[in-house]
Design a binder for this molecule. Structure first.
Ligand code: AMO
Length: 440
């Protein structure tokens, strides 16, 4: 009898019924080493590699010839006997009795899988199907998937309902400059930049805690290592808050659950990546925007009240905070002019009940308390040069009973990138979209 196994079974198996019995392993031929009297084929699947050992004298000559002349990355099933071996990393090897070739890989490969040469990111992304065969690339996406699992866990345990809102919309929420325009059966429409308007509308229904994890689209004209045109936005909205601090506390508990969960459950992937996750203690320190201006001035960067902190400012604050031992911190109470119409003003001041969560010098989230009072909201829209009438579908939800509420949006890839200290957001997206990339 043969048992169909993958390498995780072999890795975890101390079971003698697998060892010493005939197994079939499926995978990609990673490497072939011919050493005269003996040849080795390294077979790889999602879980690892195993050595297929072919002592020339003991193997059928035709089988030997066929296996050892296969091209790298061909896909095969190999059947044989599992033997204990102290020569291999796994402590096991397979002596083949037969094999099946499913797909013969063309030569040469567009890029190598195990070669240690540095390949340009563009080449890697153009050949993502090969790039993702590398365990260290795949580990990022295994951690991303684990991150979503942990995130869902945190949301459910806090009583949040998962929702999905439209991605084809009539009006944007995050400013006209980054809207992708569509032709919707002859009418103008846009790709959603965020679920902002919908998640707020849901607060008026009594669904008092909701979250959404979905693609968000931004026509970003800047080519940076932290902007893409399509990213995964993790949004939450909650009613009956007393202040933005309630929202900040919620985010802290969710982020803490994700980071500690990944540290614990992602050990295997973190080891492949050679990374460790530091879990910053909660609560995270809160800096106000005005304090940040002071901190920057002390380092020679002089900004006026109302200026955007900018990438450089954010980085500098990150360095100052890291010197003090903080990787994660809040920047709160931005000038109301800097923040979108839906954010509540701090009455009698030029500031607002808003916050960003910054991680190692980069914004990973923003949010705040929302303006839930209809008249004030319409007034704030006009102040921002928007016509409240074109937002009727949204404003109506405020006209007929809206609780106080607040929420956030976290760029999932930005969080992952900072957690793993990856050099570019594109590393955390399977098939990234940016200013120049639309394929694959
Ligand atoms: P904001 O526009 O700040 O806020 O976006 C929220 C978070 O989304 C991520 N992000 C991006 N990630 C990658 N590429 C991009 N081009 C990009 N743009 C944004 C960032 C950012 O912190 N509606 C509000 C949130 C709220 O108030 O609930 C919003 O969208 O990590």
């Amino acid at each position: 009898m043969t048992v169909d196994v993958n390498m995780s079974v072999l890795r975890s198996s101390n079971d003698i019924s697998v060892n010493d019995s005939a197994v079939t392993v499926n995978g990609w031929i990673q490497d072939i080493r011919n050493l005269g009297g003996i040849s080795f084929v390294i077979l790889r699947d999602r879980y690892g590699t195993i050595q297929i050992t072919l002592p020339k004298k003991k193997i059928d000559p035709e089988l030997f010839e066929k296996i050892t002349t296969l091209s790298r990355e061909s896909v095969v099933s190999v059947t044989g006997e599992v033997k204990k071996s102290d020569q291999t990393e796994l402590g096991l090897e397979i002596i083949p009795s037969s094999f099946e070739l499913h797909s013969d890989a063309a030569v040469p490969l567009p890029m190598g899988v195990i070669d240690k040469v540095n390949v340009e990111m563009d080449t890697r992304l153009n050949n993502r199907f090969i790039d993702l065969r590398k365990p260290e690339v795949r580990a990022i996406f295994e951690l991303k998937s684990l991150m979503l699992e942990l995130l869902n866990e945190a949301m459910v345990s806090n009583g949040f309902l998962q929702v999905f809102t439209p991605k084809i919309v009539e009006s944007g929420a995050e400013g006209g400059a980054t809207l992708f325009k569509l032709d919707y059966f002859g009418r103008p429409a846009y790709l959603a930049q965020s679920p902002q308007l919908y998640k707020q509308m849901l607060m008026s229904t009594g669904l008092d805690r909701i979250y959404e994890i979905s693609p968000a689209f931004r026509a970003e004209h800047s080519n940076t290592n932290r902007h893409v045109t399509e990213f995964i936005s993790f949004d939450g909205e909650m009613s009956w808050i007393s202040s933005q601090s309630d929202v900040m506390k919620m985010i802290e508990s969710i982020v803490d659950h994700i980071l500690s969960g990944l540290k614990e459950k992602g050990k295997k992937q973190l080891k492949i990546l050679g990374k460790e996750i530091n879990v910053p203690p909660v609560p995270y320190p809160v800096l106000t925007y005005s304090e940040c201006l002071g901190m920057l001035a002390s380092k020679g960067m002089h900004l006026k009240e109302g200026d955007d902190l900018g990438t450089e400012g954010e980085k500098l604050i990150g360095d100052i905070m890291l010197d003090k031992g903080y990787e994660m911190y809040w920047i709160a109470e931005y000038p109301e002019l800097e923040k979108p119409f839906y954010i509540m003003e701090k009455d009698g001041t030029p500031f607002s009940f808003s916050f960003d969560l910054d991680y190692k010098g980069q914004e990973i989230s923003s949010g705040g308390q929302r303006e839930h009072r209809y008249d004030k909201l319409a007034e704030r829209m006009r102040k921002k040069g928007l016509d409240p009438e074109s937002f009727d579908f949204y404003l109506d939800a405020f006209k007929y009973g809206m609780p106080p509420h607040g929420g956030w949006g976290i760029g999932l890839e930005r969080l992952l990138v900072k957690m793993l200290d990856l050099p570019n957001i594109r590393e955390a997206i399977l098939f990234p979209r940016d200013l120049s990339r639309l394929s694959p």
